[in-house]
Write a protein that binds this ligand. Structure first.
Ligand code: TXA
Ligand code: MG
Length: 323
């Protein structure tokens, strides 16, 4: 059910009182706190079980508020904000004194974004200030894309949950560091590298990605309970069968080119052919295979262009070594 205007007022009151509000964005649900209240921000880390040195994103209602939160905004940042806000783009800039160090994990920079969701927009406008919000999941697990996911993940650790339906983008925002000479993508996400380069008229740097089965430098994150194993698309069926013979409850991400194949597995997800639909469904698919009791998930990486870059990044992290 969609949040009503009295829900929005109540949520803004919870933020003012130092509480935590989960709210929908176009990417994933966020766990919001008053960015200027260090105690409330600290509660966010406790609720997630996340180390307090991990910096948060400050959500603001519009680009016109940017200069309240940051200093030394370069032209590239203005250009990106103008073109992509509201939307799934986060800019890393030098923090202003308004941003407490609790929100930045002690860094002198701060990540800022303007979410593109009517409920998030209404909350930010009713509250009036900035809202820190990490994804509303336990540290290391799969990000929530519905209000039910949030309730399952965080339960009583969150004071109020605003329901805005399923998230349209489904993977987190693209984070771009604009403090240096060359804009640098720190996390691929809902705004593609191609979109960024078209607007800037020059290349951006992206984190180096390695191929399948070399997970060493991708510590586990965005991970379901089931172990995720990445294989070449042509090997998905054979690997799934082999794992099943070893006694695993195998979940399979069936690539679109094998949509008609018959698969011997415990549970099968048909991967959508469009990257947008795949991104939208990704976290729900991982949760579903957990829910159905799979202990192993066999998947392959999509082509790493457009939204495929963000999907591949999340799958690699899901397949990374567990702590
Ligand atoms: O789509 C999103 O970005 C969602 C929604 C809720 O807005 N939020 C989200 O937050 O994904 P979180 O906390 O799960 O991820 C934020 C990422 C972290 O990886 C963090 O390291 C990075 O942003 N980050 C935050 N501040 C930073 C900074 N000053 N410098 C570099 N990275 C930063
Ligand atoms: Mg997160």
């Amino acid at each position: 059910m969609a949040a009503s205007s009295s829900d929005i007022e109540k949520a803004a009151g919870v933020l003012r009182a130092g509480g935590l509000v989960a709210f929908p964005t176009e990417t994933v649900y966020g766990l919001g706190a008053n960015a200027e209240d260090p105690a409330a921000v600290a509660r966010t880390f406790q609720a997630k079980g996340r180390p307090p040195t991990h910096p948060l994103i400050v959500h603001i209602g519009g680009a016109q508020h940017l200069d309240d939160w940051v200093e030394d905004v370069p032209g590239t940042a203005r250009l990106l904000a103008e073109r992509f806000w509201p939307g799934p783009l986060t800019l890393v800039l030098r923090r202003s004194r308004r941003v407490p160090l609790e929100a930045t994990g002690g860094l002198e920079t701060v990540a800022v974004r303007v979410p593109d969701h009517p409920v998030a927009g209404a909350l930010l406008s009713a509250f009036g200030g900035g809202v820190t919000a990490p994804s509303a999941n336990r540290f290391g697990s799969v990000s929530p894309t519905t209000a039910d996911h949030v309730r399952t993940e965080l339960g009583d650790a969150v004071d109020f949950v605003l329901d805005g339906g399923s998230c349209a983008v489904g993977v987190e925002s693209t984070i771009v560091d604009v403090t240096g000479d060359t804009p640098s993508v720190l996390r691929p996400g809902g705004v593609t590298r191609e979109d960024l380069e078209a607007v800037l008229g020059r290349p951006v740097t992206v984190p180096s990605a390695s191929r399948v089965r070399v997970p060493g430098q991708h510590p586990s994150h965005y991970a379901p309970r089931a172990r995720v194993v990445l294989v070449e698309p042509g090997n998905v069926l054979a690997e799934a069968e082999a794992a099943r013979e070893q006694g695993h409850q195998v979940g399979v991400f069936l690539p679109p080119s094998f949509a008609d194949a018959s698969v011997k597995a415990h549970a099968v997800v048909a991967v959508p052919g469009s990257a947008a639909a795949y991104a939208r469904g990704l976290y729900g698919f991982l949760r579903e295979l957990d829910h159905r009791g799979c202990d192993l998930i066999i998947a392959s990486l999509p082509v790493e262009e457009g939204l495929g870059l963000a999907i591949a990044n999340r799958l690699r992290r899901a397949a990374g070594p567990r702590a």
